[in-house]
Design a protein around this ligand. Structure first.
Ligand SMILES: [Fe+2]
Ligand SMILES: [Fe+2]
Length: 334
């Protein structure tokens, strides 16, 4: 079979790429100099025109959908983002859940496997398309170790690892095993809490995990906007949607819910009802004329040439040299 030529999405030279990366500032520092691994404040990121980002929502290792993630990584290889962002719930940690519904049918994974698969998943996100940095915004699931130890085993909560001087509860260094040589930045809330706090500002968008839930797509993002009056890109609800409303002052409020990359057929998703309205998706960030834009790219179902139901994401290349070529990413069976 003749191999299909892969489409060209990016028409920038290595020098142009480096110039864009050099113009990205993280809390006033050049991205290349901002080599800290973790922080517990809201990180301001200034991006120039021509900037490209990719946004990954809720993967919930070890229950991530590897087929969906691979399709997104295929897109990332073509899109060559300058930065990648993860909206949190990177790991499921259902064994630490306050709601033991997941225990139905037993735990098919060892607890160690959860961390190992989350480590592999994040390393791949940091590699796909060669972003300069992967920014991870921890979610409520990622905070479960700290919550557990500071609650039920509080006497252990102030003990530190003798080597790296991090608390034993520190997921990033002690359990996932990352250090400051990894091109990653974990943006926690105050006191390294995850879920409701932390995150980054990219242009006038706050990227955070989110906490309010609404079943109507876009309404959870709008609820966050109403409470905080800041444009938002969020995960957590596992639904895909967006909104834009002009406020009375003439400002345009914008927000997006980026879906999820969880495998809904896995044992970890056994609390989902038949009316599950979660959507596999990812997000694409661009900056044009000083305005940061967010596009949610959903995976939709369709039949392939053999009549099998498959999931597809499509991308329309709007570059003026591209003549609106459509690039399709199919989820392969694992
Ligand atoms: Fe989630
Ligand atoms: Fe969440």
């Amino acid at each position: 079979m003749q191999k299909q030529k892969s489409p060209v999405l990016i028409r920038e030279t290595p020098e142009q790429r480096q110039a864009i990366i050099n113009a990205i500032f993280v809390n006033g520092q050049r991205l290349g100099d901002a080599d800290f691994l973790q922080t517990d404040r809201i990180v301001g990121i200034k991006v120039p025109d021509g900037f490209r980002g990719i946004v990954y929502p809720d993967s919930h290792s070890p229950y991530e959908d590897t087929g969906v993630l691979r399709a997104i990584w295929d897109f990332a290889a073509l899109w060559q983002p300058h930065m990648a962002f993860d909206l949190g719930d990177i790991i499921d940690l259902s064994f630490l859940s306050r709601w033991p519904a997941n225990a139905r049918g037993g735990q098919p994974f060892s607890q160690q496997d959860e961390f190992e698969s989350a480590r592999r998943q994040l390393r791949q996100k940091a590699r796909a398309g060669n972003p300069e940095k992967l920014v991870v915004i921890p979610g409520n699931h990622d905070d479960r170790v700290r919550q557990q130890i500071s609650g039920d085993s509080a006497k252990f909560s102030r003990l530190m690892n003798g080597g790296n001087r991090e608390f034993l509860t520190d997921v990033v260094t002690n359990l996932l095993g990352f250090d400051d040589k990894d091109k990653m930045l974990f943006a926690w809330g105050i006191g390294q809490t995850g879920g409701r706090e932390g995150g980054v500002m990219v242009g006038d968008f706050r990227l955070r995990h989110g906490n309010y839930v609404n079943a109507k797509p876009g309404y959870a993002a709008y609820t966050h906007w109403l409470r905080q009056l800041v444009n938002i890109i969020m995960g957590h609800v596992h639904r895909a949607g967006d909104f834009a409303v002009e406020t009375r002052s003439g400002q345009v409020a914008r927000g997006a819910e980026v879906g999820h990359t969880f495998n809904t057929k896995s044992p970890g998703a056994n609390y989902l009802g038949a009316d599950n309205d979660w959507v596999h998706a990812f997000g694409v960030l661009t900056c044009v004329n000083g305005v940061v834009n967010m596009q949610v790219v959903p995976f939709l179902q369709g039949y392939d040439e053999h009549g099998r139901l498959r999931e597809y994401a499509t991308w329309v290349d709007a570059d003026k040299d591209a003549d609106n070529q459509i690039v399709e990413f199919a989820v392969q069976d694992m």
